[in-house]
Design a protein around this ligand. Structure first.
Ligand code: ADP
Ligand code: MG
Length: 699
C-alpha cells in the first residue's frame, strides 16, 4: 500500500502554531491549554456547528432559541442609560413583524449606522424579551438597497469556544492553518479503496467541513451526516479503535500466570443448589480457556440483571485459588460488595476457601488483619470495594482481578487493580462484568481492548416482570396491592427518587413515605434504607429484608445495583419519569429473581415530557436489556449511556457513536488490516487524532 514516508521533508502537520502570523506567546499558550500546538491540531479542530447564512427567515416566523438570519429595515432606535448603556434597534421586514436588536456594548459610530430606514442583515439566536423577540448582540452588517435579499452561499463555521480567543480570530487562525494543508496524497494515510464508497479523501473532507463550498448540502452538514463528516468520523473511530487495541497489545506483552487446574471449580459447581445455564457454561468455558494462557485475560462478561454473573466469577476465582494464588472481586458499592461476600462465603467456605473482606468501613485492627492476610497470601479470595485498590493494599500473588458492574468504575480504576499484580512485570488476568447491556456496535468502540462474552440467557423458571405505568394519583391502590402480596408471603420494594436535589431531601422524602406506609400497613414489618444512613444500619436493614424479617423495604435508589432478594416480587418506583432507562432497568432487575410472578409499578407525575413518556413506554413494552440499551442510546446518546466517567468516548471531535454507529464495523475491519499490514500507518493515525489529546491529558 502507498505509505508516504514521514522522514523526507518536514511534515507541516507538526509545524508549531507559533509559526502562524498573529500567534504570539499569549495566543499560543491559550491554544496549548486546549491541547493545540501544531498545525494538525488546528486542521482537526472541527466546527461545532454552522451559521446558515444561505437563507433569510421572515421575522414573523422566528422562534426563541432557534438561530436564524433575518434582514429588515430600521424602524426605531432607542438609546438608554438607566442602569447601564443600552442600545435597542427595532427592525421590520415584509412579514410585518418587528425584531429588537439589543446591544450593551457599542460605539457611537454604531449608533449612527442604525439610522431609521437603513437595511441591516443580522444573525443570532432570538430570545423572548420584554417586548417580544429580541437578539442580544447579533452579528450584523448594513446591506445596501442593491443587495437586498441577495444571499451568500456560505455556511459559516462556529468553532468550539476557546477562552480568550474570539470566533473571528479562531476562524482566521484555522484558515491560515488550512492554507498550509499539504496536497491530498501527502495528507492521506488510508488507501482510497479501503474506504466506503462515496466518501471523499481527507483533504477534501477537511476543507468541506471548515469551508463549506458553494452548493454544499447544508442540511446534511448541519445534521452531521455529510460525506465529509462521515469520512472524518470514520478515520477518528478508526484511530480510537487502534489506540485501544494498542493498549491491549501492550498489556498482553506482559506475562500472566497460567491457571489450569479445575478440580476446585468442579467441586464448586457440583455443590451449587442449581445447574448452570447453557450461557453460563459457555462463558465460563471461554474464561477458562483465557486463564489457561500465559498472557493476561482481558474479558468483559455482559449479562442482563439476574443472568447469574457472580457464579461465573466465583468459578473463575477457583482456578486462581487452586493454583495457590489469589483472586480479588471488587464491587462499586459497599452494599453490593457485602452481598457478594455473603454469597461467596456460603458457596466457598464449605470448600475451605479463605476469604478476606476490605471495604471503607473495615478499619483499625480488622483492616490490619485483612491487609496482613492479603499480603501473606493466607487470604485466597479478597472481596471488597475500591478500598481494594488503595495504597497499602499489597497482594501476595494476585492472579485474577474481577470487577463487577464495571461501568460504575472509571477506566483508570480498572487499570489500578491490574497494577496490583505480582513482581517481574507479571499482570493479573482481568474479568470485568457489567449488567448494563451495551449495544454491540457501542461495545466494539468502548471495549475494543476487551474480549466480550455474553450471558444471554436467564436461569430457568423466571417469569418476566409485569410492568405497569400509572399516574401518581393511583398511589392509594398500591398500598392494597402491597398488602395482598405480603399476605402471600412475598416481599416488596418501594423506591423513592428525587433527582437534582440533595441527598438530604431524598432522604426526607423517603422518610415521610416510610412513615406513611408504616402507618397504612400496620400489620407489615417495614424497613428503610437510604444513602445517608450509616453503612452498618444500611446493611442491617438489607440483611433483615433478605432474611425475610421485613416485608416491605422503603428505599432510595441505593438498592439499584446488584441487590439480590429472590422472594421480592413487587416493586413500586415513585417519580419514575425522572430516571433514565438504564437505571430503571437496573432497579426493576431487583424483582423477578425468583420463581414467583413479579410486577413493577412505575408511578409518574404529570405532565410527562415526550422523552419521559417514551422511556416509560419502553420499560412497559420490553424487559430485554439489549432492546432497552438500544433505545437508551437513541434517546440520550452514548455519553450518557456509558456514564460520564468513560470520558475517552465523550471526547470525539467529529464522530458521534449514535449517529455514526454504522461506521464502526468498517473502522474495525480497516483497523485489523492496518495493524497487520501497515502498523506504522496505524501509529500515525493514532498520533494524528489522539496524540495531542493524550499529551494534554498526561500533562
Ligand atoms: P447478576 O448477573 O445480576 O449479577 P446474580 O449473579 O446476582 O446475577 O444471580 C442472580 C440470582 O440467580 C442469584 O440468586 C443466583 O444465585 C441465581 N442463579 C445464578 N445462576 C443460576 C442458575 N443457573 N440457576 C438458578 N439460579 C441461578
Ligand atoms: Mg451482579
Amino acid at each position: 500500500m502507498p505509505v508516504s514516508s514521514a522522514a523526507a521533508s518536514p511534515d507541516p502537520a507538526h509545524a508549531p502554531l507559533t509559526g502562524l502570523p498573529g500567534v504570539g506567546p499569549r495566543v499560543a499558550e491559550k491554544l496549548a491549554a486546549r491541547g493545540m500546538t501544531t498545525l494538525q491540531d488546528l486542521w482537526l479542530q472541527l466546527p461545532r456547528q454552522y451559521e446558515d447564512r444561505t437563507r433569510l427567515s421572515p421575522i414573523r416566523g422566528l422562534q426563541a432559541g432557534v438561530a436564524a438570519q433575518v434582514e429588515g429595515v430600521v424602524e426605531a432606535v432607542e438609546r438608554g442609560f438607566r442602569y447601564r448603556p443600552m442600545l435597542r434597534v427595532a427592525i421590520g421586514d415584509d412579514s410585518q413583524a418587528t425584531l429588537v436588536l439589543r446591544f450593551f456594548h457599542f460605539r457611537a459610530a454604531q449608533v449612527a449606522q442604525f439610522a431609521p430606514g437603513t437595511r441591516v442583515r443580522c444573525y443570532g439566536t432570538p430570545r423572548l424579551g420584554q417586548h417580544g423577540l429580541e437578539i442580544v448582540h447579533p452579528s450584523y452588517r448594513v446591506v445596501g438597497e442593491h443587495e437586498a435579499g441577495e444571499l451568500g452561499d456560505s455556511l459559516d463555521p462556529v468553532y468550539p469556544a476557546i477562552e480568550g480567543i474570539g470566533q473571528a480570530t479562531l476562524r482566521r487562525l484555522i484558515g491560515q492553518a488550512l492554507d498550509r494543508l499539504p496536497d491530498a496524497a501527502a495528507l492521506e494515510l488510508l488507501p482510497r479503496d479501503w474506504l466506503a464508497a462515496g466518501l471523499p479523501g481527507l483533504r477534501e473532507a477537511l476543507l468541506t467541513m471548515h469551508r463549506p463550498p458553494q452548493g454544499a448540502d447544508v442540511a446534511a452538514l448541519i445534521a452531521g451526516t455529510h460525506p465529509a463528516q462521515r469520512r472524518l468520523a470514520l478515520e477518528e473511530l478508526l484511530a480510537h479503535h487502534l489506540s485501544l487495541r494498542r493498549q491491549r497489545i501492550a498489556l498482553q506483552a506482559h506475562a500472566a500466570p497460567v491457571l489450569e487446574d479445575q478440580a476446585l471449580a468442579e467441586r464448586l459447581r457440583a455443590s451449587l443448589p442449581f445447574a448452570l445455564t447453557g450461557a453460563q457454561q459457555r462463558v465460563f468455558a471461554q474464561v477458562r480457556e483465557d486463564l489457561g494462557k500465559p498472557v493476561p485475560m482481558l474479558r468483559l462478561v455482559q449479562g442482563d440483571v439476574g443472568s447469574g454473573k457472580t457464579v461465573v466469577a466465583a468459578l473463575a476465582a477457583m482456578l486462581a485459588v487452586e493454583s495457590g494464588r489469589q483472586a480479588a472481586l471488587m464491587a462499586p458499592t459497599e452494599l453490593l460488595a457485602e452481598q457478594h461476600l455473603s454469597n461467596l462465603r456460603t458457596w466457598l467456605e464449605p470448600l475451605g476457601v479463605r476469604i478476606a473482606w476490605l471495604a471503607g468501613k473495615v478499619t483499625g485492627r480488622a483492616r490490619a488483619a485483612a491487609l496482613q492476610q492479603v499480603a501473606d497470601g493466607s487470604a485466597q479470595l479478597v472481596v471488597g470495594t475500591h478500598a481494594l485498590m488503595q495504597e497499602g493494599v499489597v497482594f501476595h500473588d494476585l492472579a485474577l482481578a474481577i470487577i463487577d458492574e464495571q461501568h460504575r468504575f472509571g477506566v483508570h480504576q480498572r487499570l489500578a487493580l491490574r497494577d496490583k499484580g505480582g513482581e517481574g512485570g507479571r499482570v493479573p488476568h482481568q474479568l470485568v462484568m457489567t449488567a448494563t447491556p451495551i449495544p454491540r456496535t457501542l461495545a466494539m468502540a468502548a471495549y475494543a481492548d476487551l474480549d466480550v462474552s455474553a450471558i444471554d440467557e436467564l436461569p430457568p423458571g423466571r417469569t418476566p416482570v409485569q410492568t405497569v405505568v400509572l399516574s401518581a394519583g393511583r398511589r392509594p391502590e398500591l398500598v392494597e396491592r402491597i398488602r395482598a402480596a405480603c399476605a402471600q408471603g412475598r416481599q416488596a420494594y418501594w423506591v423513592c427518587t428525587i433527582i437534582d436535589e440533595s441527598d438530604e431531601i431524598v432522604a426526607q422524602a423517603a422518610q415521610s413515605t416510610f412513615e406513611l406506609l408504616s402507618g397504612a400497613l400496620p400489620e407489615l414489618r417495614v424497613g428503610f434504607v437510604h444513602g445517608r444512613m450509616k453503612a452498618g444500619d444500611k446493611q442491617a436493614a438489607m440483611r433483615a429484608f433478605k432474611a425475610g424479617e421485613l416485608d416491605l423495604l422503603v428505599a432510595t435508589t441505593v438498592i439499584e445495583v446488584g441487590v439480590d432478594v429472590p422472594n421480592a416480587s413487587l416493586m413500586i418506583v415513585e417519580n419514575a419519569e425522572r430516571l433514565g432507562l438504564a437505571q430503571l432497568h437496573q432497579l426493576r432487575g431487583r424483582v423477578g429473581r425468583g420463581s414467583a410472578a413479579s410486577s413493577c409499578v412505575l408511578l409518574y407525575q404529570s405532565p410527562l415530557s415526550q422523552m419521559a413518556r417514551q422511556r416509560l413506554e419502553t420499560m412497559r413494552d420490553t424487559s430485554d436489556g439489549f432492546v432497552i440499551a438500544e433505545k437508551d442510546l437513541e434517546l440520550r446518546g452514548p455519553g450518557e449511556l456509558l456514564g460520564t466517567r468513560q470520558t475517552g468516548l465523550a471526547a470525539f471531535r467529529v464522530a458521534d457513536l449514535a449517529r455514526d454507529a454504522d461506521l464502526l464495523p468498517l473502522a474495525q475491519r480497516i483497523g485489523e488490516r492496518l495493524q497487520s499490514e501497515a502498523p506504522e500507518v496505524a501509529d500515525r493515525l493514532v498520533e494524528r487524532w489522539i496524540g495531542g489529546a493524550a499529551r494534554y491529558a498526561a500533562a
